[in-house]
Write a new protein. Structure first.
Lengths: 502, 318
């Protein structure tokens, strides 16, 4: 690569979190006119290195250079002022204020006229920023809560792009986005490259990285393993570098037998949800079935998961747990009937971030570890340790807070909550969101295993490949209603399903 | 490093207590550790500790109760009247328990069902209770157990100490068992940490809140009873500082007032000891009551600041 194009360089960069080594003497180079992909398993150091570059946290040792000059931003604002814009994996907006205020957070002074901030000028500029990234349908004067999680990510993108950065870091953002959001973000990345700027793209989706990136850097356990140019991209080679061993071909289910038992376990009858995103919807789920649910954003699939679990109010219709004949009233009732739910919004709904792995996992299984009215610490420890081992959760101890874990390990903790309970019906909303290939493969194996034990899985996902790869039957939702149904088959293609979605 | 920091942080409340004791021992030239002073310190600490230990459950599950002072005062006054009317310690104890439980249940029901921030409800409730006490007492400012229809037995220092210790140790042990060795403690921590997660995990927030308030009610009843037995009288302003003392105690004891996973029973007892030494020490230095209030406010803010600072920096992504 032409060294004139070098824009960012790290030399022997290290970062420790207590005894955990997140980055181990990393020498990374980022060039202009390129989209550089960063890939690695959860906890490999991808987010750590970019957050240090952006000024979110300091390095433990080592040097960084930006445009040839020593680089040591102490805050994200300083990083952004220097020209490094970052879209983070988790929530990156402030609730309770408008979209325009979010876009110009900290820069309100720009719109000051005679000491008063001009709201209309700010909204106008924010709308331009949104239009500039192709989001004309989002109104900048709305409150941020009025739009869904995916559009909020796009607002973050508009905010970062409004400051005209020279380096754009996209950290695991696309997992929260559907096809439309993804194409917006890809267009921006390509535009940046064509303008001779640099893009760092972090994703777990290898296919996506192979398509979008010009160069790929593989990290593993805090070490930079290899640096590949586009002609060298080869999925199995990259996976081997990521995991440090051969992955084999098995990833999704190997069988194409989509037959399931006739026994119906859940009957969703003519349901209209309180949010209005699901309209007169009916379906039946069978014992031992992996039922895939897909669709574009706003199609109602996430609400369907909540409705089935009793987490969202229903206006008409009912959800019946057929074996017991009971209509599901609320989440507590659903859990009593042997159901479990993994929310899409892991950090806000599925976990208590400030609590330990132990408290999180045992919280769903308190009735499994009690001895009369008492909970014996040894029994609890054994219960939690078993989930930690089954799911190979990487942690220093079960007393570690989950907020220190990587995305994939957090998701494993959520799985652990329900696997420990031995649920008969598990509702998974985007279960592999923000999870790397190694963990994904393990989760698919686990889901397959549960199916074999006669358990029922409802798998809601934005990734078509995973739905096709895992589901016995696939329901596609559109505007809150059923748009299509597909049986498991070797011939099923993404193309057919996309046709049905749009 | 993080682990050792966590371990050190766990001992902060004890360091804090030792520092406060050493500081006031020096400042009062040892007077604070003299026999009578120590005795009065312990007596004051008992009431604060009983109320604080019970409050750990309430604050732990995310309920911000600011009416502890009013609840304690009303409990002691109604208990006192029942004692005077009956001449029986048993009836007095029962009246304390009934009053505290009714008030706590009322707060619990508000916390569980009414969508108004609980701290507002309890601020108002605190005022209402103080006003009601004045209405009930009419022209009296203090009621005396010695006015009872039958003499209520009085206890000497040794007997009183035994009653104090039994009440505090008993309540503390029961709370430790409930919090650490039954599902309740786990549920309180999860509910305080994230109510949405708690609901999606199938926890019954109504039950958890009601039980927490009932436990806190028992603490208040015990505190009112031991105070009645010791002082043998109760005034209309009794317990006025208890609301803030409990909150400062919990923070000094090392738990966040927003509750959640860092909730612990020891916060109630260590914090109560620290705040009592602090209050007594400041008044022994001859400071004006108003100045003492300002001191308390500054210490409270400083402790809350340090506590929140530590977990804010820990929320960085990896």
């Amino acid at each position: 690569m032409n060294e004139d194009k070098l824009i960012i360089e790290t030399r022997q960069l290290c970062k420790n979190f207590g005894p955990t080594i997140a980055l181990n003497h990393v020498d990374l180079k980022i060039y202009r006119g390129q989209i550089t992909g960063l890939i690695g398993e959860n906890g490999s150091g991808k987010s750590t290195i970019t957050s240090i570059l952006a000024g979110m946290q300091p390095a433990s040792s080592g040097e960084m250079f930006f445009k040839g000059k020593p680089h040591k931003p102490s805050t994200m604002i300083e990083g952004a002022a220097l020209g490094i814009g970052m879209i983070v994996q988790e929530q990156g907006y402030v609730s309770g204020i408008s979209i325009a205020q979010n876009i110009f957070l900290g820069e309100e002074g720009r719109f000051r006229r005679h000491g008063i901030i001009s709201r209309s000028a700010m909204v106008k500029a924010a709308q331009e920023a949104l239009n500039n990234i192709g989001c004309n349908d989002i109104d900048a004067s709305w409150y941020i809560e009025q739009i869904d999680l995916q559009d909020r990510k796009l607002v973050e993108l508009a905010r970062v792009m409004a400051s005209n950065p020279e380096v754009l870091v996209v950290d695991e953002t696309t997992t929260a986005l559907s096809q439309r959001g993804r194409s917006i973000i890809y267009d921006i990345m390509r535009r940046m490259r064509d303008e001779d700027k640099a893009v760092i793209f972090i994703s777990h989706d290898l296919d996506e990285l192979m398509e979008v990136c010009d160069r790929m850097v593989v990290l593993r356990d805090g070490n930079l393993i290899t640096d590949l140019d586009k002609p060298e991209f080869e999925p199995n080679l990259i996976k081997r570098h990521m995991v440090g061993r051969d992955m084999g071909e098995k990833y999704y289910r190997e069988d194409y037998d989509g037959t399931v038992s006739d026994e119906v376990v859940l009957d969703v009858d003519n349901v209209t949800s309180g949010s209005g995103l699901l309209i007169n919807f009916s379906m039946q789920v069978h014992k031992g079935e992996i039922l895939g649910i897909g669709g574009l954003s706003h199609c109602g699939m996430h609400e369907l998961g909540k409705v089935v679990f009793g987490e969202e109010k229903i206006l008409t219709g009912s959800v019946t747990h057929v074996p017991s004949g009971q209509k599901i009233r609320d989440a507590r009732h659903a859990i009593k009937l042997g159901m479990g739910y993994v929310s899409k919004d892991r950090d806000h709904e599925a976990l208590v971030l400030s609590a330990s792995i132990r408290d999180n996992i045992s919280s769903a299984g308190l009735d499994k570890i009690n001895d009369g009215p008492f909970i014996l610490p040894n029994k609890e420890k054994a219960y939690v340790n078993q989930q930690v081992q089954t799911l190979s959760i990487k942690c220093a101890s079960i007393n570690q807070n989950v907020q220190y874990l990587s995305g994939g390990n957090k998701q494993k903790v959520v799985f652990g909550k329900w696997i420990g309970r031995d649920c008969d019906i598990l509702i998974l909303d985007c279960p592999t969101r923000g999870v790397d290939v190694g963990v994904k493969a393990a989760m698919y194996a686990l889901i397959d295993d549960m199916k074999r034990q006669g358990k029922t899985i409802i798998m809601i996902s934005e990734e078509l490949a995973e739905l096709i790869g895992m589901a016995d039957r696939l329901l596609i939702l559109k505007d809150g209603s059923l748009a299509g149904e597909f049986q498991r088959s070797r011939q099923l293609t993404e193309h057919e399903i996309i046709e049905c979605m749009i | 490093m993080k682990k050792s920091w966590e371990t050190i942080r766990n001992y902060f409340p004890i360091f804090g207590f030792v520092i406060v004791v050493v500081f006031f021992s020096i400042a009062t030239k040892g007077a604070i550790l003299s026999g009578t002073s120590l005795q009065s310190l312990l007596n004051q600490a008992i009431a604060t500790a009983l109320v604080s230990i019970g409050s750990v459950f309430v604050f732990g599950c995310g309920c911000f109760d600011m009416s502890m002072g009013g609840t304690l005062c009303m409990t002691a006054v109604l208990g006192g009247y029942a004692g005077i009317a009956s001449g029986s310690i048993f009836v007095m104890a029962l009246a304390c328990l009934a009053t505290a439980l009714v008030l706590s249940l009322l707060k619990g029901l508000f916390a569980a069902y009414v969508e108004v921030p609980l701290f507002i409800v309890t601020i108002v409730l605190g005022f209402v209770l103080s006003a009601l006490v004045l209405v009930i007492m009419g022209t009296e400012t203090t009621i005396l157990l010695n006015d009872a229809v039958k003499p209520i037995p009085s206890f000497n220092f040794t007997q009183m100490s035994a009653i104090n210790i039994v009440a505090l140790a008993g309540f503390f042990i029961v709370c430790v068992i409930l919090f650490n060795f039954t599902a309740l403690g786990r549920k309180v921590k999860i509910l305080g940490g994230n109510p949405v997660t708690a609901r999606q995990t199938g926890l019954n927030s109504v039950n958890i809140k009601l039980i927490s308030f009932i436990i806190s009610g028992v603490g208040v009843a015990l505190a009112a009873l031991v105070a009645l037995l010791r002082i043998r009288s109760v005034g209309s302003t009794y317990g006025a500082d208890m609301g803030t003392d409990v909150m400062i105690a919990l923070v000094l004891g090392g738990m966040p007032l927003t509750g959640g996973p860092r909730t612990r029973i020891s916060a109630g007892i260590i914090g109560a000891l620290t705040i009592t030494v602090l209050n007594s020490g400041l008044s022994m230095l001859g400071l004006d009551l108003a100045i003492i209030q300002i001191f308390r406010a500054v210490i409270y803010l400083a402790v809350v600041y340090v506590a929140s600072m530590t977990y804010r920096t820990n929320l960085l992504p990896r």
